[in-house]
Design a protein around this ligand. Structure first.
Ligand SMILES: Cc1cc2nc3c(=O)[nH]c(=O)nc-3n(C[C@H](O)[C@H](O)[C@H](O)COP(=O)(O)OP(=O)(O)OC[C@H]3O[C@@H](n4cnc5c(N)ncnc54)[C@H](O)[C@@H]3O)c2cc1C
Length: 381
């Protein structure tokens, strides 16, 4: 059977744009289909910044993938002659034995990653805007930094196009069908046939792959850019770090200094508000801000000024908060990835490569084996 494309990628956010690029760069005929316009704010990848870090608190097994992710981001930057990743250093704060500091320390020690362990007084001395609690310590990692997410996606898509990929925005996939020698994908415009299809549909993955009954739970998140109440000079990126701060066993907050004006992004990791991505409320409301304000008043009081902007974004969670990247068990021509659980962006470059390997060879980098779906059999979202 002659197919029009070697591979179709469904969903062109962080992961899909990287997959399209990786496949097109290998010489495959690739079609990328995206439901919405480029730069839309309905998924998980919009906004100005995402943290990248190496001393990975979530699990040391991510570190080999992170090494490759850093390499690939740098490769793409040099091919496109644009800045995607700025290494600013990152500060991870909380109790020594907690998830944030304890988890980061475990990865740093196991993989011999450069880091510093600071007590609360030293944190305040270096970053006078920060007020750690009595039990807080911090791990500082110079390798950590900021990715510019919308530019990362644009750049992957631009390079993919230069390698011959066809990109169609505003064309949602309505259905798909595995056939004996390929996969057909239907939109309102056409029915496309390819040897392989890659689903990278973020919070919509569960709907598109309903037959797999993946235990995925989309979660509504809000993030805020705040103006300082006083001493704006403390929030210059040279004097204020990107941070993740564990305030209790159930809560952590994260953020970034703005790169151009004195202000800071603050978000709470996990709102607990599980939603349907097609009906979720996209407006921020006053109650969304409460937890963030409490955190800011306690630990960054000079930041307690006006809201510059608030935005809704979606996490797509697995039960263990590790990613999924795998082939469909019944249709080997179907490959998918769902790397979110609130921490996936930094991996997009390497997940694109993992997906392209699955498409072209059927095997992924062994470092990604722990992301296969079999570990979740019997679990529910
Ligand atoms: C507030 C917030 C903060 C975060 N902070 C960080 C961070 O600091 N560091 C980090 O590493 N990660 C972070 N993350 C996680 C990271 O942003 C996500 O893991 C990543 O963006 C997910 O990318 P994705 O490609 O899977 O999903 P998306 O970017 O949402 O892409 C999926 C795409 O599929 C499209 N689609 C859906 N259905 C269809 C269809 N039927 N047909 C065609 N297209 C379809 C959607 O429109 C969408 O564009 C954060 C996430 C949020 C929400």
């Amino acid at each position: 059977m002659r197919t029009e494309y070697d591979a179709i990628v469904v969903g062109l956010g962080a992961m899909g744009s990287a997959a399209v690029y990786q496949l097109a760069a290998r010489g495959l005929r690739v079609l990328g289909l995206e439901a919405h316009a480029q730069g839309h704010v309905l998924g998980s990848s919009h906004g100005e910044s995402r943290i990248i870090r190496m001393a990975y608190m979530e699990h040391p097994d991510y570190v080999p993938l992170l090494r490759r992710a850093y390499e690939l981001w740098r490769e793409v930057e040099s091919q496109a002659d644009t800045e995607l990743l700025r290494q600013t250093g990152g500060l991870f704060v909380g109790p020594l034995e907690g998830h944030v500091v304890g988890g980061s320390l475990r990865s740093a020690r196991l993989h011999e990653l450069p880091h510093e362990l600071l007590d609360g007084a030293e944190v305040h001395r270096r970053y006078p805007a920060l007020h750690p609690g009595p039990d807080d310590v911090a791990l500082f990692e110079a390798t950590a930094g900021v990715l510019f997410p919308e530019r990362c996606i644009q750049t992957h898509l631009r390079l993919a196009t230069e390698h011959g990929a066809v990109i169609r925005h505003n064309e949602p996939v309505r259905s798909w069908e595995a056939m004996s020698e390929g996969v057909a994908v239907a939109t309102d415009v056409a029915r496309y046939v390819a040897g392989r299809v890659v689903f990278t549909a973020g919070a919509w993955t569960g709907k598109l792959l309903a037959d797999l009954r993946l235990p995925l739970k989309p979660e509504r998140q809000t993030v805020w850019w705040l103006h300082p109440k006083e001493r704006p000079e403390l929030f210059d990126p040279a004097r204020f770090p990107i941070y993740i701060w564990e305030t209790s066993a159930d809560h952590s907050f994260y953020g970034f200094p703005h790169m151009e004006w004195p202000g800071v992004k603050v978000g709470r990791h996990h709102s607990g508000e599980y939603v349907d991505p097609d009906t979720v409320s996209r407006e921020v409301v006053a109650t969304d801000e409460v937890a963030v304000r409490e955190f800011v008043r306690r630990h960054i009081p000079a930041l307690d000024g006006d809201v510059a902007s608030g935005v809704v974004c979606l996490y797509t969670n697995t039960p263990d908060e590790h990613f999924l990247a795998d082939r469909h068990p019944e249709h080997p021509g179907v490959v998918y990835a769902s790397p979110c659980s609130g921490h996936g962006f930094k991996f997009a470059s390497v997940i694109g490569e993992v997906l392209a390997d699955l498409v072209t060879t059927g095997q992924a980098n062994p470092a990604a084996n722990f992301l296969r779906a079999e570990r979740l059999v019997g679990t529910s979202g």
